[in-house]
Design a protein around this ligand. Structure first.
Ligand code: HEC
Ligand code: HEC
Length: 479
């Protein structure tokens, strides 16, 4: 068995060496002309729409010999079919469209089991495959097929599935792959938390006491191999352990911004190497007062770009100074812009406070990471019927005891617990490296970070100015 304490110390030492190596490499990166270099030149940085994404590993390289990259089943898929470094360890519709064009829709990700809109879709021609894999091609969505739990407090009283497949036996839930990186700070595994083996409780401290997390991720990997990869049997524990080792040693963040330059220069703390050193424990800075140290919640959950705050920048000629100041303003908005949080199941009902005067950091409270530091599944309305698009199934659920009816595109946590109160609840994901992984939310309904910000503006009646929106986007893009 591993001694996690030792591993953590070793990782710190390696990370320090790595910082030095990367700083040297970074000099070279900046000296290059503006056109994007092939990623193999710098295996740890990849281009994305607003700059460069960095993944840091203890060895300073990506171990492509790890079983993460190996196919175990009959369909040729590996974890890497759906979790790609250059797309923030998930997949992007752009890259999927290229894969489709290159292979006429026969790349292993295009598999009926969960790649298609229905597992019985016609895939007999390129034309048919383009329709069958439309959700992957448009929004990078996989079909998670799940039965309604037997003990559910509600029944499925209506199904409107544009693909004619879903029923109580198997609902089709279209979801984005979550990033297979930055995992040591997870407090729930999967959008609905279904692979969270035992609820992670304090004092689980990243890098020291990760046993619960490792057990959960091992279970997740086994299920991925049996499900997504359609393997007849899961590989042995040693192989699973190597996959979990690999993915829990990946750290990913934006390191370079097209406008602002290096995100870790002049006292800024962007990039994956600094991220790998982030202090964390379950409950740290908890909004609801559950920090095991007893410390009160500090709304300044993000403190990466404090030193770039410069009220005079708007008068400067240098566009880089202005871009840096915009990122710093965006960070302050994230921390402090008032949001009247109401109607959020999992938060307003649990606290008994009908309107919580908070901010983005009320939910994204983990310092410099951005998920919630304790499992906090909430319903912010992404799966509401009012936001349903024609390509999504719509489910009507009827409460068995009250007769109440709700419609949703994805019941979320309620598919696991069967509880009426859990309908539409999802976890808030870690926000680092978010620039590389559009589209956003569990169902990819926000095409850009601008759309994410617009969603919140509408959902909580914030009335942000155009300037505030663009500052917030500049900040999110630098994470
Ligand atoms: C066919 C695509 C596909 C393949 C192959 C795949 N995944 Fe995933 N992965 C997903 C999707 C989709 C989700 C989110 C599903 C959900 O939450 O319901 C996910 C979620 C995850 C998560 C959860 C992260 C979090 O924040 O909770 C981890 C970890 C992960 N995958 C690792 C793996 C590993 C390891 C493998 C290989 C053994 C693998 N995946 C294979 C699509 C895939
Ligand atoms: C009430 C809690 C809450 C508040 C307040 C909140 N978020 Fe979120 N955030 C979530 C949850 C939950 C999700 C996942 C929802 C889903 O996919 O269904 C999420 C998802 C996101 C995502 C998408 C991440 C991804 O990988 O798809 C971004 C970006 C984000 N939030 C930014 C913000 C910003 C910026 C603010 C403030 C304007 C904010 N959030 C306020 C709970 C919250």
């Amino acid at each position: 068995m591993f001694d996690h304490r030792f591993r953590f110390a070793a990782r710190r030492r390696l990370a320090a060496t790595l910082v030095a190596m990367l700083l040297a490499a970074a000099g070279a990166t900046r000296a290059q002309p503006a056109d994007r270099q092939p990623s193999h030149a710098h295996p740890l940085t990849t281009a994305d729409p607003t700059g460069w994404l960095q993944t840091s590993t203890p060895s300073g390289r990506i171990d492509s010999g790890n079983p993460f990259f190996q196919s175990f089943g009959s369909n040729g898929r590996s974890c890497n079919s759906c979790h790609r470094q250059a797309q923030g360890w998930t997949v992007s519709p752009d890259e999927l469209r290229q894969r489709f064009a290159r292979t006429s829709g026969t790349d292993p990700i295009f598999a009926l089991v969960d790649g298609a809109v229905s597992p019985v879709a016609d895939v007999s021609s390129v034309y048919a495959r383009r329709n069958a894999y439309a959700m992957l091609l448009s929004r990078g969505l996989l079909r998670i097929g799940m039965p309604l739990p037997a003990n559910a407090e509600f029944r499925l009283s209506g199904v409107d599935d544009p693909y004619g497949y879903a029923s109580a036996r198997e609902l089709s839930l279209f979801r984005r792959p979550l990033p297979a990186t930055n995992l040591i700070w997870l407090t729930a595994v999967m959008w609905d938390g279904r692979e969270t083996f035992t609820p992670f409780k304090p004092p689980m401290d990243a890098g020291i006491d990760l046993e619960n997390l490792r057990v959960s991720l091992a279970s997740q990997a086994r299920h991925a191999i049996l499900g997504h990869e359609q393997a007849a049997a899961a590989p042995d524990d040693a192989v699973i352990g190597r996959i979990v080792d690999f993915e829990t040693h990946l750290f990913t963040a934006q390191v370079d911004d097209n406008g602002a330059g290096r995100l870790n220069s002049d006292n800024a703390m962007g990039g994956a190497n600094i991220l790998a050193q982030q202090r964390f424990w379950v409950g740290i800075n908890d909004t609801l007062g559950n920090d095991p140290t007893g410390d009160a919640f500090d709304e300044k959950s993000m403190r990466l770009f404090d030193d770039w705050d410069d009220p005079t920048a708007q008068f400067r000629r240098d566009p880089r100074d202005r871009a840096r100041a915009a990122i710093a303003r965006g960070e302050q908005l994230f921390n402090s812009m008032p949001i009247a949080i109401s109607g959020v199941a999992g938060l307003n009902d649990v606290t008994g406070i009908p309107v919580i005067h908070g901010s983005c950091s009320s939910c994204h409270n983990s310092p410099n990471i951005g998920n919630h530091s304790m499992a906090l599944p909430v319903n912010i309305g992404v799966a509401d019927a009012s936001r349903r698009t024609a390509d999504m199934p719509l489910y009507t659920l009827t409460n068995r005891s009250t007769g109440k009816v709700v419609q949703t595109t994805d019941p979320g946590l309620a598919m696991i617990t069967g509880k009426w109160a859990d309908i539409g609840k999802f976890k808030g994901p870690i926000l680092r490296g978010v620039a590389a992984r559009a589209p956003y939310f569990h169902n990819g309904s926000a095409a850009t970070l601008g759309d994410v910000v617009d969603f919140y503006d509408t959902r909580f009646n914030i009335h942000m100015s155009a300037q505030q929106k663009s500052d917030l986007v500049a900040f999110l893009s630098a994470l």
